[in-house]
Write a new protein. Sequence first.
Length: 200
Amino acid sequence: MFSQESGAVVELVDQLGRLPGIGRKSAERLAYHLLRVPKSEALALAASITNVRENVRYCETCFNLSEGPACEICRNPNRDKSRLCIVEQPRDLMSLEQAGVYQGLYHVLLGRIAPLDGIGPDQLTIDPLIDRVRTGNFNEVIMATNPTLEGDGTSLFISNLLSEYPVEVTRLARGITSGSILEYANKEILADALTGRQKL
Ligand SMILES: [Zn+2]
């Protein structure tokens, strides 16, 4: 599509093509699009990518996305500090927040135990999680990993570690079909799953 001499464009297509779900054809289409839109629009996209990478990091406590050492949820004095909800990814936390029925705190694992992909417990934020439970005042830990084989395995691994602490471990009710992903579940289903959570 592009002539060989436009090295900058080839580079852009290359970069775009590395994004998940973007094949070569889509990458070319996006690059073309960026060349066609007003310059300000393309530069705004570049600026927001820079901004996100320069300023957004993980919360030092819960590993949610944050623009400072502590995320908005950890900083909010009105959150219920007796409940801790464990999710795989920041986007799962966002889905649960949008359901709007949970007022407690979160802990983001930044993944799930996946032996086939070579991901073990050490690569997740499990150590800081155990520290939080040991030193915090939580009454309940809610396992909200995805209802997949790996999500369930991760949940089981963590609940075993937590069994020596005086917290009740619950998990989301299976209103969500087994195997479906939290991120895509609608608000009502997530709200039901949270309200109907059961002892693990
Ligand atoms: Zn936080």
